[in-house]
Design a protein around this ligand. Structure first.
Ligand SMILES: [Zn+2]
Length: 212
């Protein structure tokens, strides 16, 4: 599996494009906000001959969904996310106004609910859905056992974890969910967070102050 990372928008949110030899790809957390950012993502996909077949969300916080409507429209995809984050999507415009931002619309409604244990297939590849609440109630991780990768959203960062003080968040839930769902994975599984650099499960097991 090939992983492209595009850090984007004022929050430097990592948009992920996962592809394989079939050239089919999934777009995870399209945070592209400005017309220029949207054009950049579309051109990147076109230049690589990728065929987007799924639009996936690790969660529905605003910096992860700025470009979701654009991607849904451009590639005719439905948005796939966990039901427990639906309320975040429905109040994106309102929430963005708190930051002085005027958005045109909320992201699309969730068109396919993803749940713990679901298999997300594209091309010749498969991702497993792990429900890891606490940063947001519907936070999910996309894990590939075969490729030893985990796209973790804002659940886990290199030597840190996501904030738990936003609506629906809970610190104890987050720490225990990370321990139960992620720290059980092999040390050499690569961790790709929603912001900042990648890490590994092994590195976090021994160096993450919230988890040791
Ligand atoms: Zn978040």
């Amino acid at each position: 599996m090939n992983i492209d990372i595009i850090p984007i928008n004022p929050w430097q949110e990592n948009t992920y494009i996962l592809s394989d030899e079939s050239k089919e790809c999934v777009i995870i957390d399209p945070g592209c906000l400005s017309p220029e950012e949207r054009e950049y993502v579309a051109k990147f996909i076109a230049d690589n001959d990728y065929k987007p077949v799924r639009l996936l969300q690790t969660h529905m916080h605003l910096d992860h969904v700025f470009g979701s409507q654009f991607v849904a429209d451009k590639y005719n995809l439905k948005l796939e996310a966990h039901k427990d984050d639906e309320f975040w999507g429905e109040q994106t415009v309102e929430y963005a106004a708190n930051f002085g931002m005027q958005l045109d619309s909320n992201p699309p409604a969730i068109g396919n609910y993803l749940n713990e244990g679901d298999k997300v297939k594209f091309g010749n590849s498969e991702l497993e859905v792990l429900h890891v609440p606490g940063h947001s109630p519907g936070g999910i991780v996309f894990y590939s056992e075969a490729d030893k990768i985990a796209i973790v959203g804002d659940v886990l960062f290199k030597e840190s974890i996501g904030r738990a003080d936003l609506p629906g968040g809970d610190f104890d839930t987050l720490v225990s969910a990370i321990k139960a769902k992620l720290l059980v994975l092999d040390d050499d599984v690569k961790v790709y967070p929603g912001h900042g650099p990648e890490s590994t499960i092994g590195h976090e097991r021994t160096n993450n102050p919230f988890l040791t």
